[in-house]
Design a protein around this ligand. Sequence first.
Ligand code: SAM
Length: 320
Amino acid sequence: MRGHDVTAGAARNYRAFAEEARGRSPLYESLAGAVAGDASVLRFLDSLPPEKRQPNLLFAAARYLLGAPPGIGRLRELVSQNPGELAGVMLSRRTQTNEPARCATLLPALAQLAEPLALIEVGASAGLTLLADRYSYDYAGHRVAGRDPLAPTLRCEPRGPVPLPSRVPVITWRAGLDLNPLDVTDGDDVRWLSCLVWPGEGDRERLLAAAIDTARRDPPQVHRGDLVTGLPALAAQAPAEATLVVYHSAVLAYVTPARRREFAETVRGLPAVWLSNEAPGVVPDMPVPAHEGFPFILARDGRAPLALADGHGAWARWLA
Ligand SMILES: C[S@@+](CC[C@H](N)C(=O)[O-])C[C@H]1O[C@@H](n2cnc3c(N)ncnc32)[C@H](O)[C@@H]1O
């Protein structure tokens, strides 16, 4: 592709991101809009592999180096004065946002399964979404106490007939699998995780910090590996007497459609319940409910949508 086409493509992506950030992060909305019209930043992006040109990655890397979310002026300066360092962070890091509040949409589905549970999360990032039993919950006044009294309370608005549990399930074994596990005890990894949260998104940074403290008290194991090739061996380690649950959220969009099918076949071949929390159209062959304005579908076994869910766990609409 010629340079002009590449920068035109990047400009379109950044304009689309500005739309996505509207109402969520005024700073990123205006920054993405400014990048879309900035020849020097677009040329810098042009020097990176296509999968490394994403707004989220650029903005988090700039924030990581500058210590604060930049405006277009500081970003332009960074690109002209320190392009190697910026490219280095973007090439070595990935968008691995780990959103503990997604556990609030997962919990009602977990609570319907026979206990004890053994949990495998593929694409687990730092493992914060492996700790569904440690957090406490507040579903519009319906409270559920977690096992760690110091852990944060996740607030989620229940919509429709959400089967709200009275307690957290018993999870006797848990393991994560990720191409690049982040370590909650490593200062740089923790700083990267916080740089991935969009500025202006209310409580998310505070919640992330509290979830990291929770994980540090008893860090979950996140193994390095691919979600297709690494899954069978990890599943074989789960205790036979527990209900094995293979779970993922905001992960399958990162792999090709062919790989998603291989993953679906792999997980269906295991003695496991499969819970997915992904954008519509991402889980192969899964019907998309005829509703509007929902980022994620929570589904069981890749076939039955259970709920529509906010991307960050703020609400869940049960479908049953
Ligand atoms: C956006 S994060 C989501 C993290 C977590 N599931 C959550 O909901 O907060 C996506 C994660 O998927 C991981 N990932 C992407 N492709 C993968 C693959 N083929 N195998 C394993 N992990 C993968 C990334 O490294 C990243 O940590």
